[in-house]
Write a new protein. Structure first.
Length: 97
């Protein structure tokens, strides 16, 4: 029996028809993307959570909870983590059209 290939974007597109899902997704999408990028850079640099904690001055438990999407750190904590990874948090205006 052939298997059906699921494409995440297609699933999200379908689920976005549900206003409750759409609201939740839009609220947390940026947090998820930011955390995913931090994890990717940490792994590319072969840095453990413990070492990142030491470099950033942030407790390892905070990093673990962030990476497992159990909590989202405040801006100061994010800036410390980013700096320890050689990253810089920047803000830009986005076009809402």
């Amino acid at each position: 029996m052939p298997t059906k290939k699921l494409i995440l974007d297609d699933i999200i597109q379908e689920k976005m028809k549900d206003p409750e899902f759409a609201g939740f997704y839009l609220k947390y999408r940026l947090e998820y993307q930011l955390i995913s990028e931090i994890i990717q850079v940490r792994k590319e640099k072969n840095i453990t959570q413990q070492v990142l904690a030491q470099l950033s001055g942030v407790r390892q438990q905070v990093i673990s909870r962030m990476e497992s999407h159990q909590s989202f750190p405040n801006l100061t904590t994010l800036a410390k983590i980013a700096s320890a990874l050689g990253l810089q948090l920047t803000f830009k205006t986005i076009d809402s059209n």
